[in-house]
Write a protein that binds this ligand. Sequence first.
Ligand code: NAP
Length: 321
Amino acid sequence: MRIIVTGATGFAGSEVVRAALRRGHDVLAVGGKNVPRAPDLKRVVNLDLTDRAKIEALILEEFPQAVINCAALATIEACDLDPKLATKLNSELPAQLAQLCFHVGGKLIHLSTDMVFDGERGNYANTDQPKPLHHYGKTKAIGEVDTLKYGREHAAIIRTSLLNGNSPSGERGIHERLMRDWSAGKVSSLYTDETRQPVSVSNLADVAVELCERPNLSGVYHWAGLAPMSRFDVGQAIAAHFGLDAEKYIKSGKRTDHPQHSQRARDLSLQLHPLAGKLRTPAQPFVDQLGELRVPRGLEAWYEKETGRKVVRLLEKGVDF
Ligand SMILES: NC(=O)c1ccc[n+]([C@@H]2O[C@H](COP(=O)([O-])OP(=O)(O)OC[C@H]3O[C@@H](n4cnc5c(N)ncnc54)[C@H](OP(=O)(O)O)[C@@H]3O)[C@@H](O)[C@H]2O)c1
């Protein structure tokens, strides 16, 4: 299939590009400020995705069979800093892509977030009504509704959870953020009363591409790992996996003791039904996700000193991974 991937330089998008190439698709990778890179990636374009005329020209020229939209302003903090840009990227962009996909007869796969919910109840079904706590969640919730306006059968929205994996910047993955703090001598205060359902970014990428390949699967879906976990338990499991002393680096805390973190939801766990029963890609337990994690670039010397373990880097067709 001819697939356009937007946000192709980001954490999710770079894995989606790899997954689509691995599955034999013809990929056009769209970057913003950075240039997309992947083994065997031949078609790349850089575009400001707030420019509606350029987006339209790209889709009409390419006539894709599917677009996977991974471009976003993807943190609470970034959206609070630039609310207008958040609205453009998180609400208006997916709606425009949905309209254009409808026009060219392609399918839009759009990534959304568990943060459309307020976290009061947890274990959310794909039919539950969003109730966001912050501008990020609001812009993503609006993006979902506006995307589906152009026909439910032309779009699949994947609400997902905390992404787990190796990011292109080496700074977005859960283990990357923790290990950068630990190597700088910081102790992480991780909450026992904040539940998410971490998902391997490569597993999510396979799901996004499989949804392109399955024209009958559309509408709003949930996808994450199999296990809801507290932030504290996630940190403990990561430290243990890397052979690092959790006692030294992690202390437990509670969200409720930190009023400045009132935007952080209590329990954003997701029900994976009905998508889990319909896909060939299986949802993963957290322990399987750990095997994919690498020591972040630049931290090798610190890590070797802390653990006595040697770090070996591999190159895949000339691209560091
Ligand atoms: N990260 C998570 O834990 C998480 C959890 C749940 C859901 N999600 C969802 O997953 C999706 C992807 O998130 P992510 O973490 O992969 O985001 P990310 O790493 O921050 O990547 C964002 C991407 O958007 C591109 N972009 C931003 N502004 C642009 C612009 N004006 N023009 C063109 N491209 C632009 C960036 O390109 P450049 O860098 O090249 O400018 C980058 O490729 C989002 O929809 C997010 O809501 C993420």
